[in-house]
Design a binder for this molecule. Structure first.
Ligand SMILES: C[S@@+](CC[C@H](N)C(=O)[O-])C[C@H]1O[C@@H](n2cnc3c(N)ncnc32)[C@H](O)[C@@H]1O
Length: 214
């Protein structure tokens, strides 16, 4: 009998391994191994985060030549879409060098940096007009404290558009967003409805948020 909770042969096997990573290096290793097959696997599961995040970008931020940061760029799926939508000047960061190498082949990023969300980011204050993050703020991936540095590197009046997975929704993210609102670091602009980010294989509920840096 197949165990319905056994994801070891599924397209999201690596994702479930990353969810249980004990530290950021372990997460990065899972993605290093996965980088060649990642996009095919994500297509198999009907991966929806990039469409949801770029959809919310297009709803609120007109096309711009200003600098955009793709935080947790992975293999560059967001770079491909954002460039086509009129946001051509993108810098990407990711914890996995393997994912960054694959992203580099797409030639959609001005620069790709090996950096970890949750640690200090090697960018000046107020560098980006827009920060996007698709499928990164979830269990075993980026901690919510990574948002502090993303706010620091965003210009006043600039936007953050990112997905938040169910594991953070309601409890931890509600606390974090209110803390940042009370500290007048950002203000809420919009949120999507909740959606499944892997609807052909799994039930991974998430929501996209748009905040403006104050
Ligand atoms: C599900 S993939 C999403 C990639 C891309 N944004 C997309 O939507 O296709 C998650 C990515 O986040 C990266 N990641 C996980 N934890 C991270 C962290 N703390 N800092 C930076 N990147 C991280 C992984 O290496 C991986 O490339």
């Amino acid at each position: 009998m197949n165990d319905p909770d056994d994801k070891s042969h599924s397209s999201t096997d690596k994702l479930h391994r990353a969810y249980h990573a004990k530290n950021p290096q372990e997460t990065a290793e899972v993605y290093n191994e996965w980088s060649q097959e990642y996009e095919q696997h994500m297509r198999n599961v009907g991966y929806t985060h990039p469409a949801m995040v770029t959809g919310m970008v297009a709803r609120h931020i007109p096309p711009t030549e200003e600098l955009v940061l793709d935080a947790g760029a992975g293999t560059g799926v967001m770079g491909e879409i954002l460039t086509a939508l009129g946001y051509p000047n993108i810098i990407g960061l990711d914890a996995s060098t393997g994912m960054l190498k694959t992203a580099d082949l797409k030639k959609k990023y001005i620069e790709l940096k090996h950096l970890f969300l949750g640690k200090a980011l090697d960018f000046e204050d107020d560098t980006f007009a827009l920060v996007v993050s698709s499928g990164v703020f979830t269990q075993g991936h980026a901690p919510l404290d990574g948002l502090d540095e993303l706010i620091r590197v965003t210009k006043p009046g600039g936007y953050l558009v990112f997905s938040i997975a169910r594991t953070y929704l309601d409890g931890p993210f509600t606390d974090k967003r209110h803390q940042l609102e009370q500290a007048q670091q950002w203000q809420f602009v919009d949120a999507s409805a909740r959606y499944n980010s892997a609807p052909l294989e799994d039930t991974l509920i998430s929501q996209v948020f748009v905040f403006q840096v104050t």
